[in-house]
Write a protein that binds this ligand. Structure first.
Ligand code: C2E
Ligand code: MG
Ligand code: MG
Length: 417
């Protein structure tokens, strides 16, 4: 899937006919949408949990499923975009399905009967969705949106998204990292690179306060659903060492007995600046079941043994070492060294940025404890994480199967699918 221009509204197309999908996407692109096509319902639902769209063009009959089933999922996901039904079936059926969508609280556009012309689709969208005409040749690539953090805080645009962390032994979700996002009224979802200020900026204080409070209130929602996940938040050293940080954490922690503690991720380069300060804070936080984790380990060339002498609960192996570690012998050695040393000091190792089954497998073989990365799931809103954990066949069924399948292939047997 090509990477979207953050400023373009997203449109998803679900149709089992490849020609229709291609045609609709082309019309959408010409009208300023970032269009993504899906041929099956599960792939669409998975993507929606990660990144909702402004509009969804939905065919009634989809081979293995249908529009009613899709709309049931959309209701569960709290989908707020517009839905445009398209079908070659007669008007009565289209109207009935349209009414089912409405009764589920979805925002239904007037449906379109097939065949339709590009102008019909454009007119339907123009009347109902905010669009921008774009120059032939498409939108400019690689533009990053920058917004003002002070404004985002003031106008309540900030959201916490969550990326699941997977226990590599049991291949189940064991926690999640909270990652900040802004939902800009014009640009849509903006990543942290678009608004995080330079280190030591005073705005990190209100940002971190938002992050800790929101993470703990989301934790209560996950716990209420039977998943008291261990969450991790990213907090800069300027905030951790400021007076009042321990009080803020203490006041935000849940009193629930199923609370398994909070991880606070601090980047390696910040830790090395003042290790003694970290020893004191880490020891104090332990009293509240709050543990420090070294983020982006491997990016600041420090000695792990010196860092691990501090009471860290986790080391996060930087993606630079994880990527391709199944093939690259040098990277594999580095990963193994970090894992062995961390274990000797009683810390867990979490590999960041796992993108394929080979990387997951190589780290599992090396007894890495936890994995996080697009291979399992991209960061997603709290509702998306809730629905992922409640997925009918268990979360990451496909990924777990491919890791296990590789186990068996190597030992000479293959799991039947
Ligand atoms: P990080 O803490 O190291 O977070 C991991 C980053 O890697 C996230 O980017 C995540 O989306 C991305 N990532 C996860 N899996 C993969 C993968 O398989 N492949 C690739 N290419 N990337 C992957 P994101 O969310 O854009 O965050 C970037 C950085 O912004 C974070 O790096 C963290 O340093 C900072 N950040 C995020 N949220 C917060 C926050 O709430 N407060 C503060 N102070 N900083 C934050
Ligand atoms: Mg982090
Ligand atoms: Mg990191």
């Amino acid at each position: 899937m090509e990477s979207p221009d953050q400023t373009m509204p997203r449109a998803y197309v679900l149709d089992d006919e490849a020609e229709i999908r291609a045609f609709v996407c082309e019309v959408l692109r010409r009208n300023g949408f970032h269009a993504v096509q899906f041929s099956t319902m599960p792939s669409l639902v998975e993507q929606l949990a990660v990144e909702p769209s402004e509009v969804l063009i939905l065919d009634l009959a989809l081979g293995q499923s249908d529009a009613v089933e899709v709309m049931q999922h959309l209701e569960r996901l709290g989908y707020r975009g517009k839905i445009l039904l398209i079908s070659g079936r007669d008007g009565d059926i289209l109207r009935d399905i349209q009414n089912i969508g409405r009764s589920r609280g979805l925002s239904m556009l007037p449906p379109l009967g097939k065949p339709f012309r590009a102008g019909d689709l454009k007119q339907r969208l123009q009347a109902n969705v905010e669009m921008r005409e774009i120059a032939p040749g498409g939108p400019s690539k690689g533009s990053t949106v920058s917004i003002d953090l002070a404004e985002a805080l003031h106008k309540d645009w900030l959201e916490l998204w969550y990326q699941p962390k997977v226990d590599l032994k049991s291949l189940t979700i064991c926690g999640a990292e909270a990652l900040i996002r802004a939902r800009h009224p014009e640009y849509g979802i903006v990543a942290p690179a678009g608004f995080l200020p330079p280190p030591n900026d005073p705005l990190y204080l209100p940002l971190s306060s938002f992050v800790i409070r929101r993470a703990m209130s989301d934790w209560a929602r996950f716990a209420a659903g039977g998943n008291p996940l261990k969450l991790a938040v990213n907090i800069p050293v300027s905030v951790i060492s400021a007076p009042g940080f321990v009080n803020l954490v203490r006041a935000s922690l849940p009193k629930d007995p199923s609370f398994r503690g909070l991880l606070v991720e601090v980047t390696e380069n910040e830790v090395v600046q003042d290790t003694e300060l970290f020893r004191e804070i880490a020891n104090q936080l332990k009293l509240y079941d709050v543990w420090l984790s070294i983020d982006d380990f491997g990016s600041a060339y420090s000695t792990l043994s010196r860092l691990l002498d501090l009471p860290f609960a986790e080391v996060k192996l930087d993606r630079a070492f994880v990527s391709n570690c199944g093939q690259d012998a040098m990277k594999a050695v580095v990963c193994q060294t970090v894992i062995d040393l961390a274990h000797r000091f009683g810390a867990d190792v979490c590999a960041e940025g796992i993108e394929d089954v080979e990387e997951a497998r190589a780290l599992r073989d090396r007894e890495c404890d936890i994995a996080q990365g697009y291979f399992f799931a991209k960061p997603m809103p709290a509702d998306g994480l809730l629905s992922t954990m409640l997925a009918p066949n268990g979360p990451f069924d496909e990924q777990v199967h491919s890791i296990r399948n590789l186990d068996h292939c190597r030992s000479g047997t293959t799991i039947k699918s």
